[in-house]
Design a protein around this ligand. Structure first.
Ligand SMILES: Cc1cc2nc3c(=O)[nH]c(=O)nc-3n(C[C@H](O)[C@H](O)[C@H](O)COP(=O)(O)O)c2cc1C
Length: 171
């Protein structure tokens, strides 16, 4: 079966979904979900996220040079969805969605308290990637809250998400 090339990535699913939190130079915070996400280096630790150039997240990262990758658990689904709304620049999706922001340990961007893990990142580079820009972040601090029962959300497409379920072992 031929795939529609404009929607090819839909078969590359489910995808890890993160909530990226940032702050602009005036101190306004922001958060948005991203699922075009991948680890690209272990030592040094580097993460890549593909962002459309108009994202406020990207504008904030350019202003401060840092961002937090929050790993949302299943209990955050409705707030994560609310953070995808196109609010005006300067209006915080974190506050509007009822999430709690807290100080990160090494960077200016806030982290989101309800997440199950946090990667504090400093902008390493931006790479042109077609209709997205690939933002590379050096992870300068990482922490998890040990809530194993709060499973990470995986995005299938549109409003559909799934949770990790059965584990199968390779032999
Ligand atoms: C589950 C999900 C995954 C998304 N993944 C991406 C992504 O990888 N890259 C991107 O540019 N936008 C992605 N978006 C869209 C942005 O989250 C959305 O446009 C958001 O309003 C951007 O906010 P900002 O302008 O405050 O950064 C995704 C949205 C959802 C709901």
């Amino acid at each position: 079966m031929q795939l529609d090339l404009s929607k090819w990535y839909r078969t590359l699913a489910p995808r890890t979904t993160v909530l990226v939190s940032t702050v602009d130079k005036k101190g306004n915070t922001n958060a948005a979900p991203f699922s075009f996400v991948m680890p690209v280096s272990t030592n040094p630790p580097v993460i890549a996220i593909a962002m459309v150039s108009t994202r406020h997240t990207l504008a904030n990262i350019r202003e401060t040079g840092d961002f937090v990758v929050n790993i949302p658990g299943e209990k955050m689904l409705s707030q994560l969805w609310a953070c995808a709304r196109p609010l005006p620049r300067g209006v915080s999706e974190i506050k509007e969605s009822g999430l709690i922001e807290e100080k990160a340990s090494k960077i200016s961007s806030p982290r989101i308290k309800e997440a199950i893990a946090w990667y504090e990142c400093k902008l390493r580079a931006e790479i042109e990637g077609g209709d997205h820009l690939i933002v590379l972040g050096d992870i300068v601090a990482a922490e998890s809250n040990d809530q194993q029962e709060n499973k990470p959300l995986l995005h299938i497409g549109g409003t559909d998400f799934c949770l990790p379920g059965q584990t199968v072992k390779a032999e």
